[in-house]
Structure formats: structure tokens, C-alpha cells
Ligand binder design. Structure first.
Ligand code: ZN
Length: 287
């Protein structure tokens, strides 16, 4: 099996694609749709792009099939727009937070709305991966939330993406899955258990009542999972939640690295075993 990963996350200076005039530091929208509308119009007005209507339709349609809230209060709605020369992004900050049906159910506070020409799919993936990685750093995220103005937010993004180094990449990569995990018989059953476990743990965070009941369910599920797998799950859940993520279009939705197509195909064709991302070691399933 090829160990080579296509590097889509080489450093990218985010501010190359963001204009200061396209940053709104204090949005007051009270719905996801209003926020997306405001940002899309801003981007198209300021950058003098054509086709704001179809782009907005695409962005809203995408959100109804699946939220682009990637967790930790960040969302990355996007549209492919023919006729654009290169990717462009508008940034909106909502101090009060917005319900976005994000993966971790947390309200969204920073939106990176991205439009890109169809030929620039790789730039888009690279951009999203850079945003996700930069803001996975709690200090960076806090600075972005605390920044006083659009100028400050711009400067922070510029500095952060310029100094974003390989060291960070290597820290993230340090965890490797125990090779024995892949050989666990009946891995599919364990994967289903992990999915339920992850759901219950999210419920535990979000529920006000019935915590004891959820905890009991968690203990039940945990007693059924193979210990080696559970151990790896716990490490992931602690260091880089979520521990179990889908792979979409060959891209791991945990680390946003593109995985070799051949590997993804093997994962798809082998549901009897449990698989982990070659890059971030999260448990994966192919959708
Ligand atoms: Zn991954």
C-alpha cells in the first residue's frame, strides 16, 4: 500500500484570497441563511464578481444537505463559480454565535465563505485545510475571536498563515494507529459501536437532563468495544475530536488531507475491518 499522501496542505497565505473590505467583524444576522446572504453579497459587490444569485443558491443548497460547520465555532460554506479567476473568501464574525447544525453542535462564530472557479478545487481544499489547522490552535482561535477590527483580523490571519510551519504539521502527525487495529476481526461491529459512542458523548455535552442515563449507555457501549480500539478512540477523542470521521471524495474530513484513491477504494471494499486515516490516524468510513 502506498504511504505517500498528496500534500494539499502546503502552506498557504490565506490573506492572498481575502480583502480587508470583505471581513465583517461584528455580524448581527440571527439566522444562518441571513448570514450567508450578507457575506455572499459583500464578496460579490466588493470584488465585482458576476453571478451572485446562482452562487448564493449553491451555498444555501449545500447547507441543506450538509452543514459546513466544521467544529470549534468555524464554518466554511462554499460555491463553485464559473468565470472567476481565482478563489476569493469573505470572513464574517458573529460574536453571539449562530446555530449552524455544525458537526460538534457548537454555535458558529467565524464564517469563511469561499467561492472558487471549478478548476481551483485543490486551492479550495488547501484553503479549508489551512483554516481548519490554524484555528485548531486554541490561542489562534481566541485571538481571532478577540480581535478588535477587520484590520486586526486580517493581520492575524496573515501572520498566522505565514508562520504556520512544518512543526505544527509534525505534531499533528505524531499519533499512529496500532497496526493491529486493522486486523481486528468483525471490525465493522466495532465501527458501529464507535459511531454510537461518539454520538452519546456529544449528547452528554449538549444535554441538560438525563446525563446519568447517557453515561450508563456510554459505559455499556464501551464494555462492548475491543480494548485496543477503545484505547485508540480515547486518545483521538482527547487530542483531536471527532475520533471517527467520514472520507469524502478521497479527502479525510478530520484532517482534510487527500488520501490515495487506491487506499480509499480498499477501505470501501473492506467493510469487515476497521480503518484509520493514513495522515491523522482517526477512524474513517467512506461515504
Ligand atoms: Zn485524516
Amino acid at each position: 500500500m502506498s504511504r505517500r499522501l498528496e500534500r494539499i496542505t502546503d502552506r498557504m497565505i490565506l490573506t492572498k484570497y481575502i480583502q480587508k473590505s470583505c471581513i465583517l467583524p461584528a455580524m448581527t444576522a440571527t439566522s444562518k441563511a441571513d448570514a450567508l446572504k450578507e457575506l455572499t453579497h459583500l464578496l460579490f459587490d466588493k470584488r465585482k464578481f458576476d453571478g451572485v444569485g446562482p452562487a448564493l443558491d449553491q451555498i444555501l443548497a449545500r447547507e441543506t444537505t450538509e452543514s459546513t460547520g466544521i467544529g470549534r465555532g468555524i464554518a466554511v460554506p462554499h460555491a463553485r463559480v464559473t468565470g472567476m479567476k481565482q478563489l476569493a473568501c469573505a470572513v464574517g464574525r458573529i460574536p453571539t454565535g449562530l446555530d449552524f447544525k455544525a458537526v460538534d453542535r457548537l454555535p458558529v462564530q467565524i464564517i469563511f465563505l469561499i467561492c472558487y472557479p471549478p478548476s481551483e478545487q485543490t486551492s479550495y481544499l488547501n484553503f479549508v485545510a489551512t483554516v481548519a489547522k490554524l484555528l485548531s490552535d486554541k490561542t489562534q482561535l481566541k485571538s481571532m475571536l478577540d480581535a478588535q477590527s477587520a484590520d486586526d483580523m486580517f493581520d492575524l490571519l496573515e501572520a498566522a498563515s505565514s508562520t504556520f510551519t512544518e512543526t505544527h504539521e509534525q505534531n499533528v502527525k505524531k499519533m499512529k494507529a496500532d497496526p493491529a487495529i486493522k486486523k481486528t476481526p468483525d471490525g465493522h461491529a466495532d465501527l458501529m459501536l464507535l459511531a454510537r459512542l461518539q454520538l452519546c458523548q456529544e449528547m452528554l455535552v449538549n444535554t441538560r437532563t438525563g446525563k446519568a442515563e447517557v453515561k450508563e449507555r456510554i459505559d455499556n457501549i464501551r464494555s462492548l468495544v475491543e480494548p485496543r480500539i477503545l484505547n485508540h478512540y480515547d486518545k483521538l477523542a482527547k487530542s483531536r475530536p471527532p475520533a471517527l470521521v467520514p472520507v469524502e471524495g478521497d479527502t479525510c474530513q478530520g484532517c482534510f488531507m487527500r488520501l490515495p484513491s487506491k487506499f480509499v477504494q480498499q477501505v470501501r471494499q473492506d467493510p469487515a475491518h476497521i480503518h484509520t486515516c493514513l495522515n491523522c490516524a482517526r477512524f474513517i468510513y467512506v461515504v
